[in-house]
Design a protein around this ligand. Structure first.
Ligand code: IVH
Length: 688
């Protein structure tokens, strides 16, 4: 009995010209008086908020990006010129100023937690208790979202604040951050004077994977699961960083309203939908407790297909008029119960710990496990992150451990039931190349640099990747082969490879050998951003590389001090130190010099910032450009070209034979451009 879309969607603001005719001409701002400016700004806010709602919550925009940008630009201009109060304005979505700390504020009503169990019998006895007090009831069922809970308060239809759960009575004010989530309405037409609601901020599983991969590429630690990613993000001090992260929201409860209370939970959810909030997509009304149990079974079955993590099914007594009568215990309301899902964890024994060496030389202890099945997936290894964590957990061979699989990342060791041998220490020398290992904070690194085959293989693969030197054919397998066969002992050896060398390996036909050698040749002519990125400097992703190039030539960069590097806005001490380290270390500087000596001559691209803030992803082959040319052209004008489609992607440009990114883009409603549209929308608008 799904009750998905009975209620009409949120109505557009009445008679708003910028909803009806978004291309409407604006009079010059100078011709407006303050009153007219305020009025126009108000109309623009409502219209933009409605367009946000259509785009983010319904995935069904009714205006072009161009029209939207015009409206947004005009609103920003009015706010600036007439110094308007920006409370409730969608212009706050782009991320406000960096904060020193989060302020603590009181909740409108205390945020309790729920009584919960994984046992059907407990659910039945809860239902018995309810029915004993108030007679037979129907239950409204919803997923229990495994995210980060949040209270949103609206005053006079405008968002006043967003508050974290905190200790339940007081939480932290995270308004600026939460406003960057496009689904959060900034203005609610027809809202009561006071409206406080509760919901859950989460990171969609699909976006989480891409987001984590990008972090790892930048040399940052991966988040263990989407919940941690969401929680860590909501509490950040820099809202513009939050704005770039893919967060979503479900709102499921009206905490306080100056309008009459809804009669039922189903009505509450429908009212929330009518206000424009994203509401649980699987809420269902069931007649009795057996219906709750069946609902939860379906949730278990569908769990992997949902784009959010769930950790339970919540049954709420639908008739809210009996909620007061049921009352609360010390910590929980009696009108609701969480029937938990089996955790995505399992218990097994550790066979030992191995140490892996990554591209940056980082050593990661990995638990080798007796294989176990966790909700249909066989797990053999689990990350232990670093030596500190191994020590904290106190694990080793023979330990009995609980392993969690969350957000489809590498499983993690969560808990130790029996310690086993606890004698693990990080090796003092690299398990792959024998070089000395150094410690930086909790992390250990092999100092072998490119002399370490593990690092060399990974670096080589990175150097050849599309976003770096774009050497087709230099993938993981080839990189391994070249290193393992001793053909490449440092990056520069690539440029000395001959067709004969490759053919002699038996794995190469003459043609593919020739192709690879030609690809390597062609990579000598490259741009500086790709080259710097290709060097695989810790913490330096493409975006950072581009910013370095905007400021320095390669020669300048090789001699830049940390202070000079840090003059680049937003470039932190870790990045500056890593860049400096590369160019002062014998191996790093030597590699760059050797590459230049064999004719790798990176051009410094200097362009404008016409496309600043635009994030584009390519898939498939374009006719008029190589991938490389297209990327360079956009980056040259300040755009960000990334490899995976996330909710921050502005366009997916598709060529021949597009890959799975196209499905991803369709799913996320990311605008898709074919080559012709790409030229019309982007290329033709660039200055010559
Ligand atoms: S209703 C009195 N509905 O689960 C609490 N909570 O232990 C009423 N949660 O911290 C909460 N999904 O943040 C409710 N559909 C849902 C939920 C939900 C997740 C969280 C909530 C709370 C915890 C309850």
């Amino acid at each position: 009995m799904a009750s998905a879309s009975r209620q009409p969607e949120r109505a557009p603001p009445e008679d708003n010209p910028y909803v009806r005719e978004p291309e409407l001409e604006f009079a010059p701002v100078e011709d407006l008086d303050a009153g007219q400016a305020r009025e126009q700004a108000q109309a623009l806010r409502e219209a933009i908020d409605h367009h946000d709602y259509r785009y983010y919550t319904l995935n069904d925009p009714i205006v072009s990006d161009h029209a939207y940008d015009r409206l947004f630009g005009r609103l920003e201009e009015l706010e600036e010129v007439f110094d308007l109060d920006r409370q409730g304005s969608p212009t706050r979505r782009v991320g406000g100023p960096v904060l020193d700390e989060l302020e603590t504020v009181d909740h409108v009503s205390p945020m309790l937690s729920l009584d919960a169990s994984e046992e059907a019998e407990e659910v039945r006895s809860w239902a018995d208790m309810v029915e004993g007090k108030v007679g037979d009831v129907a239950f409204s069922c919803e997923p229990k979202f495994d995210g980060f809970s949040i209270e949103l308060v609206y005053e006079d239809g405008q968002i006043a604040r967003a508050v974290t759960r905190g200790d339940g009575r007081r939480g932290e004010d995270v308004t600026e951050n939460v406003l960057t989530i496009g689904q959060v309405p900034t203005t609610i037409p027809d809202a009561p004077d006071l409206l406080a609601v509760r919901g859950e901020v989460y990171m969609p599983k699909s976006a989480f994977q891409a987001f984590n991969e990008e972090r790892v590429q930048r040399g940052e630690d991966a988040f263990a699961n989407p919940r941690n990613a969401a929680a860590g993000t909501v509490r950040m001090l820099d809202p513009s960083t939050v704005a770039r992260r893919p967060l979503s929201l479900f709102v499921y409860d009206i905490l306080e309203t100056s309008a009459p209370d809804p009669d039922t939970q189903q009505a509450a959810v429908e009212r929330l939908r009518g206000y424009g909030f994203p509401v649980p997509d699987r809420h269902e009304l069931v007649d009795n407790v057996e219906g709750v149990i069946a609902y939860r079974e379906r949730l278990v079955e569908d769990r992997e297909d949902l784009d959010y993590e769930v950790d339970g099914a919540i049954a709420k007594v639908d008739d809210q008029s009996v909620w007061d009568e049921l009352g609360t215990t010390a910590r929980h309301p009696r009108w609701a119960f969480a029937y938990k899902l089996p955790p995505k964890t399992g218990t097994t024994r550790m066979q030992g710990i191995t140490v892996q060496v990554g591209r940056t030389g980082q050593l990661t202890p990995v638990a080798m496990l007796e294989p176990l099945d966790v909700q249909g997936v066989t797990i053999r290894r689990a990350s232990l992150h670093n030596a500190e964590q191994v020590a904290e957990l106190g694990v080793g061979e023979g330990a009995e451990v609980t392993v969690e699989r969350a957000g489809d990342v590498i499983p993690q060791v969560k808990q130790v039931l029996e310690p086993g041998q606890t004698s693990f220490t990080m090796p003092e020398t690299c398990p792959v190349c024998g070089s000395e290992v150094v410690q930086e904070g909790p992390q250990h690194f092999c100092t072998g640099g490119l002399a370490c085959p593990a690092q060399l293989r990974a670096r080589l693969e990175h150097y050849g990747s599309r976003e770096a030197m774009d050497i087709e054919g230099l993938g993981e397998k080839t990189a391994h082969l070249l290193v393992d066969e001793g053909l490449v002992t440092e990056l520069v050896d690539l440029y000395e490879l001959t067709v004969e060398d490759l053919v002699a390996l038996d794995r190469y036909a003459e043609k593919s050998a020739r192709n690879l050698v030609e690809e390597i040749e062609a990579s000598r002519d490259t741009d500086l951003t790709s080259f710097l990125y290709g060097l695989g400097i810790r913490h330096v992703g493409r975006d950072t590389a581009r910013r370095l190039v905007e400021r320095f030539t390669l020669d300048e960069l090789m001699d830049a001090t940390e202070d000079q590097l840090r003059e680049i806005e937003g470039l932190g001490p870790k990045v500056a130190a890593a860049v400096r380290r590369l160019f002062t270390s014998e191996a790093g500087r030597g590699t760059v010099e050797a590459l230049r000596a064999v004719g790798v001559s990176p051009r410094r691209e200097q362009g404008g910032d016409e496309l600043a803030g635009l994030t584009v992803v390519f898939t498939g082959a374009l006719e008029g450009y190589t991938r490389r040319e297209a990327t360079e052209m956009l980056e040259h004008h300040g755009a960000n070209v990334t490899s995976s489609v996330t909710s921050n992607t502005d366009y997916l440009v598709v060529g021949e034979d597009p890959g799975s990114k196209l499905d991803e883009a369709r799913e996320r409603e990311v605008p898709v451009l074919d080559e012709e549209a790409f030229e019309a929308e982007i290329v033709d608008r660039l200055p010559p």
